[in-house]
Design a protein around this ligand. Structure first.
Ligand code: BDR
Ligand code: CA
Length: 314
């Protein structure tokens, strides 16, 4: 970390791709991780909070506090994705059970307190799972909205369609009500939808590069990516699968490798058919105020180069 490091809170549901995002953040001196908050998503909360601590211990960063946030969406029953991530959420690498403790404070209270106590516009939120924790924090303390520097989040999709239903991406589908609250909050939002992350595909060569680091962290990353790839190869019919969440962190480090437009995005919360869809007004035909920087393109080679270089430092 440098004296001018950007302060971030990472809200996450690991998840192999969350794991790589967490490692990228911990490996990057430009970022100061104030804390991790677990949310129920890919797997239930007890596993996501366990997995965050497994990853912190792998990186040797046990001083970063880990909080448990919401154990279910605001209004709906939890939907999980063991069919993608395996029963632990982190299948693909065998790692020890963590000995690091969870903080006793609730993650939502940590979020509210941190944003209120730190200088205005000095905290960036990185969301890698359902937006439940931030929505609960906004309901509890609306004064946090204008104090948050930026929300950088993975979720949604428009041109690519969905990955959990034909219309919806998983993170938004799990808690569309939370996403609606967040998208209407006025917080500056930068969003990484499937339209972008489906360009950041793993490949045999990209995975081999992690293995060639010949380190515990490199082996774990290769194992996780192989697990992901096995699943996604059949699904997407490509050489590899999309690596979603690390784009959020990579953007903070190298925004110039991404292409985006500032547009209006709204979340569907009513229709059964399109529940959780993020309707992106890319062509600005609605006349509605832009609320989201919608990232649609990535230089995938530059993304994987950055990821590998930083993970090699751990
Ligand atoms: C998102 O859903 C999860 O399965 C991944 O971790 C990522 O955050 C992709 O749709
Ligand atoms: Ca995730």
């Amino acid at each position: 970390m440098t004296s001018t490091a950007r302060s971030i809170i990472v809200d996450t549901d690991p998840g192999q791709d969350d794991a790589l995002a967490i490692l990228l953040a911990l490996a990057s001196p430009e970022l100061e991780v104030l804390g991790f908050i677990g949310v129920a998503g890919n797997v239930p909360l007890d596993l996501t909070t366990r997995n965050i601590r497994v990853i912190c211990e792998l990186a040797g960063r046990t001083e970063v506090p880990v909080y448990a946030g919401a154990n279910r969406p605001i209004k709906r029953a939890l939907v999980t994705a063991e069919h993608v991530h395996g029963s632990t959420g982190l299948d693909g690498a065998v790692l020890p059970e963590p000995s690091m403790e969870l903080q006793s404070q609730h993650g939502v209270d940590f979020l509210v307190e941190t944003v209120l106590n730190r200088p205005e516009n000095s905290v960036t939120l990185c969301s890698l799972g359902p937006l439940t924790n931030l929505a609960l924090a906004l309901q509890k303390e609306p004064r946090i909205a204008p104090r948050i520097q930026e929300l950088v989040m993975m979720g949604g999709g428009f041109f690519e369609g969905g990955n959990i239903t034909p219309a919806a991406e998983f993170n938004i589908f799990v808690d569309p009500d939370a996403a609606k609250i967040v998208f209407e909050s006025g917080i500056p939002i930068t969003m990484f939808p499937l339209d972008c992350t489906h360009q950041a595909l793993t490949s045999a060569a990209r995975i081999a590069a992690f293995r060639a680091l010949s380190s515990r962290v490199g082996d774990a990353c290769a194992g996780w990516l192989e697990f992901f790839e096995r699943f996604d190869e059949d699904k997407y019919g490509t050489d590899g699968g999309p690596l979603h969440d690390p784009n959020v962190i990579a953007y903070l480090l190298q925004p110039d490798i991404y292409g985006a437009r500032f547009i209006n995005v709204e979340v569907e919360t009513e229709s059964q058919l399109t529940l959780g869809m993020t309707v992106a007004d890319w062509w600005q035909v609605s006349g509605k105020e832009p609320n989201v920087t919608y990232v649609r393109d990535v230089d995938a080679d530059a993304f994987y180069k950055l990821l590998l270089e930083r993970i090699a430092l751990l």
